[in-house]
Write a protein that binds this ligand. Structure first.
Ligand SMILES: [Zn+2]
Length: 86
């Protein structure tokens, strides 16, 4: 299949599959293209991310002597960052 070209900058675009949606993105300009249904899936995934995984809503773990130190890897602030994170 021939690669789609970005309508903005004409670079080839890459399609990536995720559990509930596929995203076509351009490495040249950072453009993102979604089907309407995939945009809805992305919004739902974003809402789920904040409802269940927010630092402000997640229950604090019980800290014991066996509790490992916290990870130094910064957690994404939003689901969409997990799709396009560096
Ligand atoms: Zn582009």
């Amino acid at each position: 299949m021939e690669a789609k070209l970005c309508p903005q900058c004409q670079n080839p675009m890459t399609e990536r599959e995720f559990p509930h949606l596929s995203v076509t993105s351009c490495a040249g300009c950072g453009g993102i293209f979604l089907a309407r249904a995939d945009l809805g899936a992305l919004i739902e995934a974003e809402n789920d991310w904040h409802a269940h995984q927010s630092a402000n809503t997640a229950a604090l773990p019980r800290i014991t002597g066996d509790t490992p130190p916290p990870s130094l890897v910064a957690r994404s602030r939003a689901y969409i960052e997990t799709l396009f994170g560096a």
